[in-house]
Every structure is written in C-alpha cells, then in structure tokens.
Design a protein around this ligand. Structure first.
Ligand code: F6R
Length: 606
C-alpha cells in the first residue's frame, strides 16, 4: 500500500529517497514518484510501475536536491498511471499522501471555480491546490491548520514548498507517520521501516498532529497549532535479514522459517525451567476479565477464528470474534470486564486500528498481538504481545499467521491457568507440547513433491473447495484465501458439515477439494463428508496426521500426513501444506508470488 519518505538535508538526497522507497516496495504498489527543489523550483519525476523505473528516470533527468519527498502509490482514486502517481504539485507546493480524502469532489469543484487546473483523477491533488490557495492569505502554520481542518477522511501527508526550501511538513490523521532524526538532516516516513537504513531514532505523530521538519530542527503541533513535546524512541534492531538468500521468493523463505519463528516465540513466552508462561506486564487481575473479543482482518482474522475454539475450550470467558471492518461500524455494547484483542502482522491495518481506537475511546482493556512492535496498533494498546517472527515481506501472510495463532494459544493457556480451569499438570503438559512444536513443524515442511503435483490440478480447475470441522474449519478458510490471493484460482473454505446445505451442488467430476481431517474429535464426521464429495466426483487432497489406523476410503486422490501431536495444536501443522499448495500453484502460473496483483502488504486505507 502507499508509502511516504521525505528527507531534508544539506547533502544530495534523491538516491536515498529511492533506496527507502525500495524498502517500502514489499507493501504492494503500482506507481512511484519523487519531488525535489531544483534551482528554486519544484521538480517531479514519476512513473507507473516499479521503483527501478523511477530510479532510471531520475538518472536520465539528472534530478538532484537537498530536500525531497517520495511516494509509492497503491491506487484508490484514479487508475494506476504516471499522471496519478504522487507527488501532486502546484507551482509552489508538492504533496505526497497516504489515505483517502472523502470530500475531494466538493473541494475540487470549489478550487476549479477559483481557476485551479487539475491534471490527475486523484483525491490528493486537491491538497496541493488548497494549500497553494490558503498560502496566498495566511502564514505557513495557519495554512496547515486550516487546510487540515478542511480535509475529511484519512491521511498521512508529506509536503514541500517552493518558498520554504529547507522545510518538509508532515501531517497525520488515521494513517501512520514517523519522523526520524539524523546528523544535520531529518526524515519523514510512513513507517519506521522506511527510515531504518538512515536512523534508529524516531518519533511518531499522534492522530491530528502535524510537524515542521528542517535539517536541524523538528517541531510538532496539535490540530490547533499548540506545540507538542515528543519523546525520541530507539528502534529495535531485528537481527533477521531481509534478503531472500537462496530462495526465489520471500514467501518460500518465510514458509521455511516457520520452525525457527515458532521456536523464537516460544522462547520469549515460556519459562522452560519452571514450565510456565511469562507475560510479565499483564496489567489486569484475572477476575477483571469475563469476556474476550478477538478482532483482525484477513489471515489475522482467521487466527482469531482458530483461537475462539481454544478460548471456548480452556477458559470460562465469553468469546466472540469480529472482522475489524465490521466491528468499527457495529452498534457495540462495551463491557468494562471485556478484553479486546487486536491481531495484526503489520500493526498498521486501518480497519483494525480504527476498531482499537473505538475501544480506546470507550476506555476498554486493549491488547494487541502484532509483529511490528513500533506500529500504531502496538503503541496505542494497553498490552502488546509481539509474535517475534521477524520481518514478513511476502504480501501473503505465512509465518505471521502461525505466530499470531501461537501467541493467542499462549494467552489462552495463561488465562485458563489463572482462572484455574486447567490444572497445573495439564498446563505444564501443554507447555511441554509447545516446546516440541517447532521440530514437528520442520518435519511437516518435507511434503513438497505431492503438493507440487497436486497444484497442477488446482490451477487447471475452474474452482476448488477447502473443507474442515472444528479447528480445521478456519484453516480451510485460510487455505482457500491463500490459493485465491496467490494463484488467482477461485477457492471456497467451508465447514465440512455445511456442504449438504448448499455448496455440494458445486461439486462436479474432477473438482479439486482439500479435506482437512486430522485425527481429532471431528475426524469420523469429516471423513464421512469427504466420502460425500468423492461420491460426486471430487478429487480429494486429504490432509491428515500420521497414524497406524488406515483411512477407510479407496478413492482419495492424494494424501498428506503431518506429524502427530495433541489435537489442539493440529492447526499449526495442517496450515503448512496449504501455504505450499498456494505457493506452487502461483509458481506454476508464473505469477508475482511476493506481490500478488491488486494487493498490498499493509492495508492502511479503509
Ligand atoms: C493474506 C493477508 C491479509 C492480511 C490482512 C491483515 O495473506 O496477508 O489477509 O492478513 O490484510 O493484515 P495485518 O495482519 O497486517 O493486519
């Protein structure tokens, strides 16, 4: 999704803007651009497509400057094109923008009547002309205060000015924005990841704030222009490298990293000597929590769905789950004895952040389960439980999904034990099982040949189904989501028992169907559902666990067996073959696996 970088310095900056934009490429984008001041004039270079193209255009136009703003765009208003790429500039002002200006049509009409000409179809261009217009009658600070109040919607902005040659203005409402500090230069970035190659000292803007950044000074203001003091924070140094190494794709690397990330996460939360869970900073007493709501989007939401089964089984809490984009618009009855848990890899997903914000405003207990600990969601929750899986670059979430499930499982065990629902013996047994999970996951990675073969059928089919019951149902949803987003194959995830209530009509000769049937409580019922689809011509790829008991069916097309473990942990293992199925299906089709079409890594618009 869109990304912003800005640098004001006393040295040339365009090369570093390009390098930082490259760091933001993983978020998914369709065009890129940069604006700088050159001989006292605003000069832009923009392109459709990759930052590499932008880099070539910058070299050929010999663009240089000691101040610049850069952007990668993920189209919302106006199709991806060079004209619609950011920055958008007037003669005196140039703007980059993440987010959506909801009243841009009205503002555009007013500005057009005043004689301003629009080149693009974007909502952003109104900001450049609005600032230009206000600057005619106001000083810079008042212009910013007034213009920001005119804008409806969400934004993170970076702005440079012809008449203030060393100044970048940053402003935030809804979309995250960070300021970085360097020697004789300062930076603006839509997340700290964009700035990490230049500094580890950052401050974050809160909602409604704006900042004036010069090479030797940074000032922050609230909505009304009152000065705000900011803490300078040190960014964490993650040791994981962000290179693909010998892998063709980040996704393949991230799937293979899962045993390591499970191990790291378990090490962070489990005291192996005393066999107990350490969440040192848990801020509430157990009797202050009677219910729990788990909230996320996409894959993160699926981790909440799996966790619902755990919380129902092991705690006496009332458990509900919600998709963040729905939660934010529901008529909610907030309960002070409820814990609201927000799950997000990036920690910047706009819908999840908005859901957190509503809970915060209602003074609820909030906990976030995130990968990026400097993220907005982490910063604004009462309790942060990191998933410790290192940077995830592939757009499709893989290792973060396992990490999210793992932390939810650990939180569930802690609450269960504190509530005295499970005995110390069972608690410690479950901790012991967690310690073996990494190794079992490693063995599950060795199932490549069968999956590669199966993927050929999936890409040929006009549709496919993923079926499971209990814990396996959300994993079926996740498997189907992965296949859709990476291989562009229509796939439906369904509770296996629901098939006869409608979707069975879709099954026809040769349709590939994934059946998730580890030997758990639901095993026999799921196998019966499997027979029903086989009887109607489906080609079944069965994912089960290793066992001495033979499965009573002759017509299974392909079978993948994961390692044996207690049934509540099966979701961790049966996910892996489905990630690989999506990966190989996309690979066979020659698709851009790490950056699937139309998608973005960090979804910072609604
Ligand atoms: C799918 C995927 C998305 C994300 C969703 C939430 O593979 O990656 O569905 O899970 O956009 O993102 P985060 O976890 O960053 O809030």
């Amino acid at each position: 999704m869109c990304g912003i970088v800005g640098i004001t310095s006393n040295k040339e900056v365009t090369t570093r803007i390009v390098n930082s934009l490259k760091k933001l490429e993983y978020r998914g984008y369709d065009s890129a651009g940069i604006a700088t001041l050159n001989d006292g004039f605003i000069k832009e270079v923009k392109c459709e497509g990759r930052v590499e193209v932008l880099e070539k255009n910058i070299t050929s136009s010999n663009l240089q400057g000691e101040i610049a703003i850069g952007h990668v765009r993920w189209a919302t208003h106006g199709r991806p094109s060079t004209i619609n790429a950011h920055p958008h500039s007037s003669e005196t002002v140039s703007v980059v923008h993440n987010g959506i200006i909801e009243n841009s049509t009205i503002l555009k009409k007013i500005l057009e009547k005043k004689g301003y000409n629009f080149k693009s179809q974007t909502d952003t261009e109104v900001i450049a002309h609005l600032i230009t217009d206000y600057l005619k009658k106001n000083n810079l600070k008042n212009t910013i205060i007034k213009v920001l109040k005119k804008l409806h919607g969400s934004f993170a902005l970076g702005i440079i000015f012809k008449d203030y040659p060393d100044l970048i203005v940053g402003a935030r409402r809804g979309s995250p924005l960070a300021v970085g500090y360097g020697p004789n230069e300062n930076y603006l970035g839509s997340d700290s990841y964009a700035l990490k190659s230049m500094t580890n000292k950052v401050s974050y803007l809160n909602d409604g704030e704006f900042c004036l950044i010069k090479d030797n000074q940074v000032e922050f203001f609230d909505t009304n222009g009152i000065k705000v003091n900011k803490k300078i924070l040190n960014l964490s140094q993650d040791n994981q490298d962000n290179d693909k190494g010998d892998y063709k794709h980040f996704m393949a690397k991230e799937i293979d990293e899962q045993p390591t990330t499970i191990k790291n996460c378990v090490n962070e939360y489990i005291d192996k000597i005393n066999k107990q869970i350490n969440i040192y900073n848990f801020p509430w007493k157990i009797n202050q929590i009677n219910s729990i709501v788990l909230i996320g989007c996409g894959t993160a939401y699926h981790s909440c769905l799996v966790a619902k089964y755990w919380f129902e089984e092991y705690t006496s809490l009332d458990v509900s789950i919600d998709i963040a984009s729905e939660f934010r618009y529901r008529k909610l009855k907030f309960k002070s004895d409820c814990l609201y848990v927000f799950v997000s890899q990036s920690g910047e997903t706009a819908d999840t952040y908005a859901a957190l914000d509503i809970c915060k405003k209602n003074k609820m207990k909030t906990c976030s389960i995130v990968n990026v600990i400097e993220s907005s969601i982490a910063r604004d929750s009462n309790l942060v439980l990191p998933i410790h899986c290192g940077p995830e670059i592939g757009v499709a979430s893989t290792k973060a999904f396992l990490g999210q499930m793992l932390v939810l499982y650990i939180l569930c065990l802690k609450l269960s034990f504190d509530q005295k629902i499970i005995t110390k013996k069972i608690y410690q047994e479950k901790i012991k099982n967690l310690l073996s999970l990494s190794n079992l996951c490693k063995k599950t990675l060795l199932t490549d040949n069968k999956i590669q073969k199966a993927s050929k059928e999936f890409i040929k089919a006009k549709g496919s189904m993923f079926l499971g019951r209990g814990y396996s149902f959300p994993i079926a949803l996740e498997g189907a989501l992965k296949l859709k987003e990476l291989a562009y194959v229509h796939a439906e995830g369904y509770p296996a028992g629901e098939m006869k209530h409608g979707p069975l009509a879709l099954i026809e000769e040769g349709m590939p169907v994934v059946v998730l049937a580890p030997r758990d409580n639901h095993y026999k019922k799921t196998i019966s559902n499997m027979q029903e689809v086989i009887a109607r011509g489906a080609k079944v790829l069965l994912v089960t666990n290793k066992s001495k008991d033979e499965i009573q069916s002759e017509n299974i097309w392909e079978k993948i067996e994961v390692e044996n473990l207690t049934e509540d942990l099966f979701p961790f293992l049966i996910t892996v073959p489905l990630q690989k199925l999506a990966y190989y299906s996309a690979l066979q089709n020659g698709y851009d696996i790490d950056k699937p079409r139309n998608l973005a890594k960090s979804v910072t618009v609604e």
